[in-house]
Design a protein around this ligand. Structure first.
Ligand code: 5RP
Length: 236
């Protein structure tokens, strides 16, 4: 499954492989989105096919749903599952309190709904995503397409009044056209550099008309499994 991996892919793989061992027979498990989560899905598929592991997966994107089915995982919707034992997902940044920035892959809305509906959220990541203060990675904010430029202006005005260095909110593109999420929305990426009060910013953003959700995951993650390029794994 792995072949010759670059150090970064090896780090993602070993974190995903370790976290796969959290999945037990009978569990309902949220399956994240992104390249690290894809390693997890492949590992779980192998455990289903070769070890007879029996669990149900709730994917957080159409990409993950397609991959999960392809590798032999039984896929159900969140409404069928209602509540999950565990969600395992990647992240774009994590800090010392296990708060996260997510949404680099554009799946933050389903990811946050699924993680919040889980007894436990485990994040799988390479060590390069650890930060002292969140914000170097542009913060994704999902907005509805209607009036998105007005929402963008409102977001930028709000940022001016807060403890953030950057104020630019750029529309995520997919070539010549806006990137569209699984829910048919757009993404604004906020270039903040440093987020002084992530909890407050998350609340303020979600109060704005037009904003559907933001990529700050505050007090949602329980455990981070960190992979290193040399194959070591650390858990926090
Ligand atoms: C998708 C996400 C991903 O978990 C995040 O972007 C990390 O991706 P990768 O594992 O490819 O580095 O939040 O919306």
């Amino acid at each position: 499954m792995t072949g010759e991996l670059s150090p970064i892919d090896k780090a993602k793989f070993v974190a995903a492989r370790r976290a796969a061992d959290f999945v037990e027979d009978g569990m309902r498990v949220g399956l994240g989105t992104g390249s690290t989560a894809a390693w997890l899905v492949r590992c779980l598929g192998e455990m289903v096919r070769e070890d007879g592991l029996k669990f149900k997966g709730v994917p957080t994107s159409t990409r993950t749903a397609d991959l999960a089915r392809e590798v032999g995982i039984e896929v159900i919707s969140l409404d069928e599952a209602r509540w999950l034992d565990l969600t395992i997902d990647g992240a774009d940044e994590f800090d010392g309190d296990l708060n996260l920035i997510k949404g680099g892959g554009g799946a933050l809305l389903q990811e946050k709904i699924v993680a919040t509906a889980s007894d436990r959220m485990v994040v799988i990541t390479d060590i390069g995503k650890q930060v002292e203060t969140l914000g170097a990675f542009p913060l994704p904010v999902e907005v509805i397409p209607f009036g998105w430029q007005t929402t963008q202006a409102l977001v930028e005005e709000t940022l001016i009044s807060m403890d953030v260095l950057g104020r630019d909110a750029t529309l995520r593109m997919n070539g010549e056209t806006p990137f569209v999420t699984d829910e048919g929305n757009f993404i604004l990426d906020l270039h903040l550099h440093r987020i002084g009060n992530a909890r407050q910013l998350a609340l303020v953003l979600n109060q704005m008309p037009g904003v559907v959700e933001n990529g700050l995951f505050i007090d949602i993650c329980d455990t981070v499994v960190i992979g290193y390029g040399d194959g070591r794994v650390e858990m926090r």
